[in-house]
Structure formats: structure tokens, C-alpha cells
Design a protein around this ligand. Structure first.
Ligand code: ADP
Length: 220
């Protein structure tokens, strides 16, 4: 029920992370109410955002006066000050905002955010660091993890498999992954079949457990 909900989104903190987030939300055509206590930042964002307020977001009354209680979603993008981040989440929860997303900068910070009632805790540095590690050491170009285990990945063809049809590669039996499709540069995506031949330039879409997808992407 989250993604297509009507109504705007409150973004607290227009630092590097919050700034990118607010910018992306605007490009996705969402109304953003941004709050930051830094006057220079508020000034800088004022022509890009419909509503930017200079305020201390830890104060519940201030948030109420800004109309925050009418929003269904808020993101607390404060990173450097754990205290300001936690108090802002608390104020938003007390106001009754139904979906509060909060950014953590450490595992302990994440725990505290969850315990004061944040509905979603994100940890961008940890998530991006882990993500990039996979991309560096395997043939994966990108991946999405569902739950703790299932993954969908964009993978370059392992050299050992080039030129072979999938019927011969037997990815399900041998690697525990399913090749869903393949795409050659400049050509449309095609669903894979037994006769699909893996060419060196193909980009594959592969599904399976994260471990099996990683193992497949690490083949040389
Ligand atoms: P980043 O790593 O994304 O740059 P920072 O923690 O440095 O994150 O920036 C967070 C932003 O949140 C800053 O612009 C800061 O002014 C703002 N901020 C911090 N505390 C509050 C608060 N209590 N109320 C409103 N904005 C705040």
C-alpha cells in the first residue's frame, strides 16, 4: 500500500542523503515538504521545492504547525546527530504519521530508531557498501534481494559458458539458478529458452538464492 499512496512526503534533513532523496521524489512528481534547521540549506532549496521550512524537527508542536500530521509518510534523513534523528522520529510517531522512514548511521542507531517506533529503518552506508562489494568481486552488474535470501541479478556471462545453449548449461541443475532472460547490446530483452545461446556480450537476468546467484556470478 506504500508506493502509490497519494499525498506528499515529509523529508527532514536536506544534507547529502536527504537532498538526493528530495530531488528524486520531485522528479517522480511527488509533493515534498522539506524541513531543515539550517537557513542556508533552506534558502538553497527554496526554488526547487514547493515547501521548505526552516525549523527544529525534534519539536512536535513545530511539526504540527507545519501541517506534518496530515502527511501519511515522512523520512528522517538526519545522519550526523543520533539525538536529533531519534527525537524527530519520536515526534513524528507521536503525531501519528503512519509511515515513518528513518536513516540509521550505525547498527545501534538502527536499533534505537526501531525501538522508538520507526516503521522502516534504512542504513544506506551499510547497504550500499555491501552492494558494491558484490559488484566488485563478481560478474554482477546489479542485484535486488527479496527478503533474506531470494535474489534477482543482472550478470555478465561467465566465460566458461559462452557459446553454449542453456539446454547444455543446465543452470538450474548445476548452479541452482534460473536464467530468465538475456539481452544483447542494442537489442531487445528476450526471455530465455533451452535454445538461448549465451554470447559473450549478453547480459543475463538470473534468479535464485543470493548465495547461488553470487556463486554463478563468480564463475570465471
Ligand atoms: P548527510 O550525511 O546526508 O549530509 P547530515 O546529518 O550531515 O547528513 O545532514 C542532515 C541535515 O539534517 C543537515 O542539513 C541538518 O541541518 C539537518 N538537521 C539536523 N538536525 C535537525 C533538526 N533537529 N531539525 C531539522 N533539521 C535538522
Amino acid at each position: 500500500d506504500r508506493d502509490n499512496e497519494p499525498g506528499g512526503i515529509v523529508v527532514v534533513g536536506l544534507g547529502r542523503f536527504g537532498g538526493h532523496l528530495a530531488g528524486a521524489l520531485i522528479r517522480l512528481d511527488h509533493e515534498v515538504l522539506a524541513i531543515d534547521r539550517n537557513a542556508d540549506l533552506v534558502q538553497r532549496w527554496s526554488d526547487q521545492l514547493d515547501r521548505v521550512a526552516q525549523a527544529d524537527a525534534t519539536d512536535e508542536d513545530t511539526l504540527r504547525q507545519l501541517g506534518v500530521a496530515e502527511f501519511r509518510r515522512a523520512v528522517v534523513a538526519i545522519g550526523a546527530s543520533v539525538e536529533a534523528s531519534v527525537l524527530t522520529v519520536l515526534a513524528l510517531v507521536e503525531l501519528g504519521v503512519p509511515q515513518v522512514w528513518a536513516r540509521a548511521t550505525s547498527a545501534k542507531h538502527a536499533k534505537i530508531l526501531a525501538s522508538v517506533g520507526a516503521h522502516h529503518v534504512i542504513f544506506p552506508e551499510a547497504e550500499t557498501g555491501e552492494h558494491v562489494a558484490h559488484l566488485i568481486v563478481t560478474r554482477m552488474l546489479n542485484f535486488i534481494e527479496f527478503g533474506d535470501d531470494f535474489a534477482l541479478a543482472k550478470v555478465r556471462v561467465p566465460r566458461a559458458l559462452v557459446g553454449k545453449p542453456l539446454a547444455q548449461v543446465r543452470p538450474v541443475d548445476r548452479y541452482g539458478v534460473r536464467v530468465l532472460g538475456a539481452k544483447l547490446p542494442g537489442e531487445p530483452f528476450e526471455y530465455a529458452s533451452d535454445t538461448t545461446v549465451l554470447s559473450p556480450d549478453s547480459i543475463l537476468v538470473v534468479e535464485g538464492s543470493l548465495e547461488q546467484v553470487q556463486r554463478f556470478a563468480a564463475l570465471t
